[in-house]
Ligand binder design. Sequence first.
Ligand SMILES: C[S@@+](CC[C@H](N)C(=O)[O-])C[C@H]1O[C@@H](n2cnc3c(N)ncnc32)[C@H](O)[C@@H]1O
Length: 250
Amino acid sequence: MRGPDPYAFAAGYYDLFRAKLGDEALPSVSFFTEFAPSDGYALEIGPGTGRATLAVAAKVAGLVCLERSATMRAVLLAKLAERPHLQARVTVLDVAVPPFRLDRRFDYAYFGGVLEHIRPADRPHLFRAVADHLADGGLLAMDMVLRQPAPDFPERVVDEVTVGECRYELAAAATALGPDESQLTYIYRTFHEDRLLATEKVERRHNMHRPEPVLADLAAAGLAPAPGLVFAGVSAEDPGGVVVRKEASA
Ligand SMILES: C[S@@+](CC[C@H](N)C(=O)[O-])C[C@H]1O[C@@H](n2cnc3c(N)ncnc32)[C@H](O)[C@@H]1O
């Protein structure tokens, strides 16, 4: 059963707070685009507002996106509406993984910024479902395979953007619930000429996924590290990218 959508309100602000970082913004669009096979078929889980989707869609023959948030899907569809040349190539489905079943195979699967939403107990099912949808030799790329401690910090302003006469502020706080789990709070505040107009609070869980158990679950699903492509994040700036290949007959 699906819980509340933590992006129901935040979808409209998601790109706003990333735009000023350009190519440095995480999840890394260039990381996920690099492995997309020219003229192949790709599967994206959790495309969100489509930051990577648009770049990957420009490269591949077809892309299927599985996104559980109605508002994130709406933002992605609005972007596709402005890009008629991509519309025939991108299919956006209302699916919360795992499980999922599409009765077809892909050359490439990827998910950026999604693992934090996946409970460790669901991770083997997710990897197995993805492996079942990959062609032999197909690649799977993900980020957020990290060694840092679970976040734990008091409320602080983490970003702000001015649009016209309004200033949008994002504050965050985290409480570690264990070594691999935190409770995150995001507070979106809107100001007009320094007067607070609106406050919206979003709370959700954040799961940490460590390299060793992730690689073990991938191996159990028949997904082996592509040589030189396991990065496993070691710093705050490191997205913790991992790329694996589906072995024949997995
Ligand atoms: C942090 S956002 C990342 C969005 C996008 N991939 C990017 O790189 O900007 C995480 C996205 O994954 C989606 N998501 C999280 N868990 C999911 C699940 N179990 N099934 C499908 N989508 C999921 C969320 O709704 C959200 O759109």
